[in-house]
Design a binder for this molecule. Structure first.
Ligand SMILES: [Zn+2]
Length: 452
């Protein structure tokens, strides 16, 4: 018999069958039970056998089913009967513990259906293993609570809330919803929430309310990016409103050239400048809107919050009545959020963070389709090799001492104390390594390579 075929030391293999798809392996536990499951008595007698089908890791591309001929025992002390416990087996799921571990890992990177097919189990079983695997990861992998936190929106099937670490460019969590209840519940359970200093967010009232409730000490900052893009939206509105006055070919031309309107003036080349001038001459309101957009971006050149407040209010006064409507969202956003918008000038959010988050949003649709949110979330948060750690071991320390000469004294000393070793420089303990979460650039690279 191929005794070691399965590498399950506690079992003896008694028979093996195979066909094109499967291995069928009959096995028995080598050691009979020595104590009663209920009263620990060793006064046991055999009470027949019961076959249990246990799934194991696929082998040579074939599914593996293990028919364990398990002993039934009767206890002479308490009179009860029981089936022996199967070593290395998760009896609830009728599979080996190594298969269980393998499915857990695989379920983060593959579809449940493909795993179920490979092992020969139900998809629901894979899903349930995935859930317990993820909650185990959730319990054991702790990301550092960011002192500078980002709360933004990301589209995963529908809009979700993404929590990030601005200074380390990492993602620390994804929440299924963006409502106040979800965000408040998440923040309330966060270790070290009282140490969060800044929270950068987009202009979404539930985020603001949640942060003010749970972390009143944190300063809320609206990132420049979220504000200036509203000026671009306004220009788009002006352009679209013009369309009804245009011929089909003009409309097509303006559609074609719309990127000029969104571009910063300083970034236009000679040809683009001429094109833009043409549109502006024919449609003066478009020109006014363009200058307003540019002026709004210009407000962000302010060097301090008071200066910014001044330039913003001058800008607001300069919006002509004819453009109040297309710029309405921006004007309202400024009046509702100005304290937080102005905080940006005291504590600017790094461009690196904003850029990487935007890049991430751009490539997010490359995530596998057909996955649930919780599967996508687990892929993002728990795929191996994506976490940003502090050094998990100290830096290599060069030894600068000259090799010690073994004097007679030292040799006598070593003999007397057999466990004595000459003192070596001790590595400096850095404490438990910190895990800052999922590195956004690594995540983007994986998404672009189609590795998730
Ligand atoms: Zn007993």
């Amino acid at each position: 018999m191929p005794a070691n075929l399965l590498n399950l030391r506690e079992y003896e293999i008694t028979r093996l069958d195979e066909n094109d798809h499967d291995y069928h392996v009959w096995a028995e536990v080598k050691q009979p039970p020595t104590a009663c499951l209920y009263c620990r008595s060793d006064n046991l007698v055999g009470f027949g056998r019961r076959e249990q089908l246990i799934k194991d890791l696929p082998m040579h591309g074939k599914r593996v089913g293990l028919y364990v001929n398990a002993r039934r025992m009767q206890c002479r002390t308490c009179d009860r009967t029981f089936t022996e416990l199967l070593p290395a087996v998760d009896e609830k799921r009728a599979m080996t513990t190594r298969l269980l571990a393998w499915i857990g890992k695989a379920s983060v990177s593959r579809t449940f259906a493909s795993i179920a097919e490979e092992i020969g189990i139900a998809e629901g079983t894979v899903r349930s293993i995935f859930r317990s695997y993820v909650s185990e990861l959730e319990r054991t992998i702790r990301f550092e609570t960011p002192k500078w936190m980002g709360i933004d929106e990301i589209h995963l099937i529908r809009p979700r809330c993404v929590i990030s670490n601005i200074r380390n460019n990492t993602i620390v969590n994804l929440l299924p919803n963006r409502d106040k209840k979800t965000v408040t519940a998440y923040l309330s359970c966060l270790d070290g929430r009282q140490d969060v200093q800044y929270v950068a967010m987009d202009m979404w009232t539930p985020y603001r309310d949640a942060v003010r409730t749970v972390m009143p000490q944190a300063r809320i900052i609206i990132d420049k990016f979220h504000v200036v893009r509203m000026a671009n939206d306004a220009i788009e509105r002006v352009r679209k409103a013009l369309r009804s006055d245009l011929t089909v070919s003009q409309r097509r031309g303006l559609m074609h050239d719309r990127f000029l309107l969104l571009k910063r003036q300083r970034d236009l080349d000679e040809r683009e400048r001429l094109l833009l001038d043409g549109w502006v001459k024919n449609y003066p309101l478009l020109g006014v809107a363009y200058r307003l957009k540019e002026a709004f971006y210009g407000c962000y050149d302010a060097k301090s919050a008071p200066e910014a407040e001044h330039v913003f209010s001058r800008w607001l006064d300069s919006v002509p009545a004819a453009l109040r409507e297309p710029f309405g969202d921006l004007i309202r956003a400024y009046s509702n959020w100005n304290a937080y918008i102005l905080n940006y000038f005291e504590h600017p959010v790094t461009n690196a963070y904003t850029e990487s988050l935007n890049n991430l949003i751009r490539v997010m649709n490359r995530l596998g389709r057909g996955y649930s949110f919780e599967a996508l979330r687990a892929k993002i948060l728990f795929t191996e090799g994506m976490h940003k750690h502090t050094n998990s071991r100290p830096k290599f320390a060069r030894i600068r001492e000259a090799p010690r000469e073994r004097t007679l004294d030292l040799m006598i000393y070593e003999k007397a104390l057999p466990f004595h070793r000459p003192k070596e420089p001790q590595p400096i303990r850095v404490g438990t390594p910190k895990n800052y979460g999922v590195d956004i650039s690594t995540l983007i690279a994986k998404l672009e390579a189609g590795d998730l």
